[in-house]
Ligand binder design. Structure first.
Ligand code: PLP
Length: 629
């Protein structure tokens, strides 16, 4: 049966069990056990939590942090590199408290630090990061308060690096450090000319809005030297962009940055640290090709190649190997969470069952009726010429019917009959399309005919904003019934009333004309889909389109063979999302009661009905923003 490429994008964390269910492989002591996602959802429902739900696996986060740190440790050992790796996790990629708590706990043994890109992120970081050997890298534009906080933390023994993103920041930092009596640890962010490629390449490179150009870097060096503070310049930083698809682009950037690093040491700066930013990509589509959704390299190759590039350049110049920082976010947290949604409804054409035309039906409708009869005939020989002719005729008659309808010559019911015959005829054409050698345009139209719309209980804008905003691909698949072959071709719609709220591009779906193969379902079936690799960026970029709020969240782990639900966070209630947009729930309820009172006075409803109506309004305010069953 269809496996949806799970072995290609699941990275060994996700797989399909013999029962035909998606499993997540979680560590239990020294063992790894496959845990069924439908079982997790069943247990969750018994505890009173509804779909949609975001399930977080702390174990996967721990394993990603280990893979990254061990990857660098191995590459360093193999290359006899003389610096150390001290990565930082960029808070913006998933700022949830639970993530920061887990990252700092799992990363402790590696002195894994944090990257803060704003004042609130630094404030969060300082509450969780107390390791004097780990770095806190401060990027982003900084005001006096931000700078003071960083300097004071440094005074208390933390390694906080203030990265210059703009030339003007230097004066303010020097002034504040003088007042507070603490020497700053400075970094400088440069704009590389090497481009990264992929969706996010413009956050790096010369076109980037962040960072200093080389002349501005030299000005900063001169200014520091003039004040006898060049020893404060400790780090060179660059960020090429996120999800860089090609290892050669990564290598080229590391080479360029290493040259700049060497130049700064030769200028007399103390340096010691090179920060490569983010960009380490994962495979969302399971392809290892050079697509924006995947990478042509893995974590091990990434570590080995940057170590090699940097040691080559620094060795050549006789400059000591710098300690390395990377700010990988996506590669660390993407696997961590899975969104599970239920399908609420489906929309598809069904055969009409009209076997006799009403008298005085228009000729165009009759023609389509006859065409349908022909496609049902068992004696008719199906040739490619016939299929093409049937296709062309059907499209012609249907278009004519529509224009006659607009001119008022065909009734609504007659048009409806015509549309149904057209659909049936084209469905027949679709089953013979292989013989007919149709044009890509015609194939596309046929694919549309065969497409069902499944309505999932979620908001694309809230839970998968990158799918909407930049066509980012996420793996989607049923989490059960995987021993059965799916028979429907589906476009997945969300429950916002926005026509953009749909997914119509899927991993491996080119062969299915951008539809997702799913199982046929009856409306009472509980049919559940998993949307995977949503741990990076999606949670907080999401918005309140149609006032659909945060989903429920559970975190699970496995201990001694038993599934444990660690945290259960209820998603937003209706009254919470309304307060986000400045409504006052009490005032809303009061206004509604006035409306209901009025209806009683006008004798439109009884006093008893008023009570029931007001109760259900107030119940609605307390409820989940998603479809409740
Ligand atoms: N560092 C900086 C400065 C960034 O802007 C970003 C995100 O774009 C990252 C790190 C994280 O990048 P990634 O998630 O690709 O690892």
């Amino acid at each position: 049966a269809t496996t949806y490429g799970i072995r290609d994008w699941g990275n060994g964390y996700f797989d399909i069990s013999a029962k035909g269910e998606v499993v997540v492989n979680l560590t239990d002591g020294k063992k790894t056990r496959p845990i069924s996602l439908p079982d997790i959802v069943r247990g969750m429902k018994e505890r009173g939590m509804q779909l949609p739900v975001l399930i977080r696996f702390g174990d996967l986060l721990r394993r990603r942090i280990e893979e990254l740190n061990e990857g660098f440790a191995n590459a360093i050992a193999e290359a006899q590199y003389r610096g150390v790796y001290r990565g930082v996790y960029p808070i913006k990629v998933n700022q949830q408290q639970e993530v920061i708590e887990d990252v700092t706990e799992f990363g402790r043994k590696y002195h894994y630090g944090l990257e803060a890109g704003s004042k609130p992120e630094l404030i969060a970081a300082l509450a969780y990061m107390q390791d004097p050997q780990a770095y806190i890298v401060c990027n982003g534009y900084k005001d006096e308060e931000f700078i003071d906080l960083a300097l004071q933390a440094q005074k208390m023994g933390l390694q906080v690096i203030l990265v210059l993103e703009m030339p003007s920041e230097l004066d303010l930092i020097l002034e504040r450090s003088k007042i507070l009596g603490v020497e700053p640890a400075l970094g400088v962010r440069i704009r590389l000319f090497t481009e990264g490629g992929g969706h996010w390449c413009e956050s790096g490179g010369e076109k980037s809005v962040f960072g200093l150009n080389i002349a501005q870097v030299m000005d900063a060096v001169d200014k520091l030297r003039d004040r006898n503070m060049l020893h404060c310049l400790r780090m060179l930083h660059y960020h090429q962009g996120s999800q860089i698809p090609s290892i050669s682009a990564i290598r080229n950037a590391a080479v360029e940055a290493a040259r700049v690093y060497v130049g700064l040491v030769q200028e007399g700066a103390k340096m010691g640290i090179l920060d490569l930013g983010g960009g380490l990509a994962i495979s969302y589509d399971g392809l290892k090709g050079n697509s924006a959704s995947s990478a042509d390299y893995g974590m091990r190759e990434y570590c080995a190649d940057v170590i090699e590039a940097i040691s080559e350049i620094t060795d050549e110049a006789g400059v000591p190997h710098p300690d390395l920082i990377t700010e990988s976010g996506r590669a660390v947290v993407a696997y961590y969470s899975v969104l599970v949604i239920n399908v609420l409804d489906i929309n598809r054409y069904e055969p009409s069952g009209i076997n006799k035309l009403p008298a005085r039906s228009p000729a165009l409708v009759k023609n389509l009726f006859e065409l349908r009869k022909l496609t049902r005939s068992r004696t008719q020989k199906v040739t490619s010429a016939l299929v093409r002719e049937v296709y062309n005729d059907a499209v012609y008659y249907r278009d004519k019917i529509r224009s006659e309808f607009s001119s008022g010559n065909i009734s609504l019911r007659q048009r409806s009959m015509g549309e149904e015959f057209y659909w049936e005829v084209l469905t027949w054409v679709a089953t013979h399309s292989k013989t007919a050698e149709l044009s890509p345009e015609q194939e596309e139209r046929l694919a549309g005919i065969k497409t069902d719309y499944y309505y999932g209980n979620f908001s694309l804008f809230q839970s998968l904003p990158d799918s909407w905003a930049i066509d980012q691909m996420f793996p989607v698949m049923p989490i059960h019934r995987l021993k059965e072959e799916p028979t429907r071709a589906v476009v997945l719609s969300d429950i916002t009333c926005d026509s953009d709220g749909k997914m119509d591009k899927f991993v491996h779906s080119q062969e299915f004309h951008n539809t997702l193969p799913l199982h046929d379902i009856k409306i009472d079936d509980e049919y559940m889909l998993g949307i995977f690799l949503v741990g990076a960026y999606q949670e907080t970029l999401g918005d309140l389109h149609n006032l659909l709020g945060d989903t429920n969240v559970v975190s699970v782990k496995i201990e001694n063979g038993k599934l444990k639900y660690l945290r259960e966070l209820e998603g937003d209630t209706v009254s919470e999302v309304l307060t986000y947009v400045e409504y006052e729930p009490k005032d809303l309820a009061r206004r509604f009661r006035v409306l209901a009172e009025g209806a009683v006075s006008k004798k439109l409803i009884t006093a008893k009905e008023r009570r029931e109506i007001v109760d259900s309004y107030e119940e609605g305010l307390r409820g989940y923003t998603y479809f409740e069953s």
